[in-house]
Design a protein around this ligand. Structure first.
Ligand code: ZN
Length: 394
């Protein structure tokens, strides 16, 4: 159900991660979040970093904020987005290098390519027993951020298929069973999170669009099965909170994972079957190439979140460019069904904090241009308020 986006026309948000402050040097490592929050050095840095992420979004004027993926360690290419669940859920143990596992998550890149470094850094536990929630502590992580801001905090999690596809399965010995076991455990975790009042939960990177686009789908792993997985993971949740389905074309170290431009078109009929209120699309990096097909293709009962800034590039999009993408989407979709976002997270060893900040300012300024044209209320953007400029006229 619509909670976070209810009552806001053209709400602005970011997908999730933000660049880490250089002074945020503490890491969770293999500790769980509640245990680490007893450590006063970790606790202070974590809460300061989380506050900085939230404050930057508030100063820009973003409506639906995130904790910047504050729980993840400072590692190569933001690997912890992959490994956080496997390091904490029941059923996983040890540490194993990715390339020897025959895992199916990620793309093979040869040594010398920056994405080869990402694969080398993918040292994951093995799946050795029945999967359980373990010490994910998603509710505590969300509460730690939500109590720092009155704005709705969106909580994002990696999808179960990617957790299972990135490890060596020594227990189920059946990739579908392993994925569904992680999915069931995540459903329990997310049910607790929704019951605690989290206003919006985002499932990050369903493999639906990737399998459809890569042409790698087979009888075992294919878009149809991934829709089943998605709907199993969020079962019962839409009656309690707002569910988002995030899709993009790659993020680690700010890299595109394809050497060609994949298309969303084969995935749209499948995405219409996911039990989600909002589906997000990477539309800025493609120059809005498939905007019409996306906006016309997504079923009426769902909102569409479009990316208006690109997480791969340092050039900050101008408010005029942001407004242009929004206007193009609004030719095919009423404003009540459109959400304005980034293509993907801006952290994970990508750009600097200042680049990310100014991209968020552009999102709000660009959305305000369109809001003005439509007679809608504008968001306050302190960051762009000229009264507080320190530049002096001569
Ligand atoms: Zn993404």
């Amino acid at each position: 159900m619509y909670t976070a986006t209810a009552g806001i026309v053209l709400p602005t948000t970011i997908i999730g991660s933000l660049p880490r402050p250089a002074w945020y040097t503490e890491n969770l490592g293999r500790r769980d979040f509640r245990e680490a929050m007893v450590d006063r050095f970790f606790r202070e840095q974590y809460l300061d970093a989380c506050s900085a992420y939230l404050r930057d979004q508030e100063t820009a004027g973003i409506d639906i904020v995130t904790d910047g993926d504050c729980r993840f360690d400072a590692d190569v290419g933001g690997h912890n987005w992959f490994s956080y669940p496997a390091l904490r859920m029941d059923g996983f143990a040890g540490a194993h290098a990715y390339r020897t596992q025959g895992g199916r998550a990620g793309m093979a890149h040869k040594r010398g390519h920056i994405l080869h470094d990402i694969l080398e850094a993918r040292v994951m536990p093995d799946l050795v027993g029945p999967v359980g929630r373990g010490t994910l502590h998603y509710t505590a992580v969300w509460k730690a951020a939500q109590r720092l801001t009155p704005r709705p905090v969106k909580f994002g999690t990696i999808t179960p298929e990617l957790v299972a596809m990135a490890v060596r399965d020594l227990h189920y010995k059946d990739i579908r069973k392993a994925i569904m076991a992680v999915s069931d455990a995540l459903n329990e975790e997310l049910t607790e999170l929704a019951n605690a009042g989290c206003p919006v939960i985002q499932m990050e990177e369903t493999q639906i669009h990737l399998l459809a686009a890569k042409g790698l789908a087979d009888k075992v792993l294919n878009p149809e099965f991934m829709v089943e997985v998605f709907n199993n993971t969020v079962r019962g949740l839409r009656g309690k909170t707002e569910i988002w389905c995030h899709t993009c074309w790659g993020n680690p170290a700010g890299q595109r994972i394809f050497d060609f431009q994949p298309s969303y078109l084969p995935a749209i009929p499948h995405l219409n079957r996911v039990d989600a209120d909002v589906v997000t699309f990477e539309t800025c990096s493609t120059g809005g190439a498939e905007l019409e097909a996306i906006c016309r293709g997504v079923a009426d009962g769902k909102k569409v979140a479009i990316g208006v800034v690109d997480h791969h590039i340092l050039q900050v999009e101008t408010p005029a460019q942001v407004a242009d993408i929004i206007r193009r989407a609004l030719k095919h979709l009423p404003p009540e069904r459109l959400v304005v976002s980034t293509d993907c997270g801006m952290g994970r060893e990508g750009m600097s904090r200042r680049h990310a900040f100014h991209k968020m300012v552009s999102i709000v300024q660009g959305t305000n241009i369109v809001r003005r044209e439509l007679g809608l209320p504008e968001a306050a953007c302190l960051a762009a308020d000229d009264r507080f400029s320190m530049v002096e006229d001569h």
